[in-house]
Design a protein around this ligand. Structure first.
Ligand SMILES: C[S@@+](CC[C@H](N)C(=O)[O-])C[C@H]1O[C@@H](n2cnc3c(N)ncnc32)[C@H](O)[C@@H]1O
Length: 239
């Protein structure tokens, strides 16, 4: 079996059937030890390593915790990670927050399983809560939140889902709570089949009108934040 290289190297590895390992994925030479392990665990979980997602793991993990702290996150706070994926933020936030302070929700079960493996891999012993749901059942956590994050998540939802997400966040966010999310402008809506199995929509976003409409309807505030992000724009809803 022949697999293309995952990034930049321009070569593919060919399986050697005489070895126990029947195929391999080429890992970029500059990948950190953690990213190498992440790729191994992803392959074991049948998740194809993705150039952007895996190789930018550290950059996007640090970005999320940094901007949350800049926005006032403290260890005593409760944090909700909307579309938490395999805990890219969680692996940083769980150790930072007091025991039990991190809550994540994601639609894609294999990511939640991978996140559980990464928690063990990183030796994290603090408690946290993660639920698999695509319908924003935040009340299932039985908690109120001071901060929420949706990094590269509204980029995978229709406008209707974004409206529903914020509507369902409102009862679980404390008055004054901050929700940071990322988005980018694109004139085209397109369907995505996440990892070939989970249907999602990348929305058409021409400007911030949708977020302003949501803020009006939910009686919250929206700010197009000047916070820099490696690839997207940052928005903030305050409840
Ligand atoms: C690009 S990943 C980002 C994951 C994570 N926020 C991070 O920064 O690593 C997009 C995530 O959004 C999740 N997602 C998409 N639609 C969702 C929905 N309706 N409810 C919960 N999660 C959703 C996907 O399953 C995926 O984990």
């Amino acid at each position: 079996m022949r697999f293309p290289s995952t990034a930049n190297s321009g070569e593919a590895r060919v399986a050697d059937p005489t070895k126990e390992e029947h195929w391999s994925v080429h890992v970029r030479d500059d990948a950190s030890e953690f990213v190498r392990r992440l790729i191994d665990l992803s392959v074991e979980a049948n998740l194809v390593p993705d150039r952007d997602f895996h190789y930018k793991w550290d950059e996007y993990a640090d970005w999320q915790l940094d901007v949350l702290k800049q926005s006032g996150l403290q260890p005593k706070h409760r944090l909700l990670d909307v579309g938490c994926g395999p805990l890219r933020l969680g692996l940083k936030a769980i150790p930072y927050l007091e025991d039990g302070g991190y809550f994540g929700m994601d639609a894609y079960a294999p990511y939640i399983d991978l996140g559980a493996k990464l928690i063990v891999e990183c030796g994290i012993e603090k408690r946290f809560t993660v639920l698999c749901s695509s319908t924003f059942e935040f009340e299932r956590f039985g908690s109120l939140f001071d901060y929420a994050m949706a990094q590269s998540v509204f980029t995978h939802m229709s406008a209707g889902q974004i409206r529903e997400c914020v509507r369902k966040l409102k009862p679980v966010m404390r008055p004054g709570a901050t929700f940071l999310f990322t988005y980018f402008f694109t004139p085209h809506q397109r369907g995505i089949m996440y990892y070939g199995v989970q249907p999602m929509i990348a929305p058409r976003v021409l400007d911030t009108a949708l977020f302003e409409e949501i803020a009006r309807n939910e009686s919250i505030t929206f700010e197009a934040s000047p916070l820099p992000h490696p690839a997207q724009r940052v928005g903030i809803f305050r409840f």
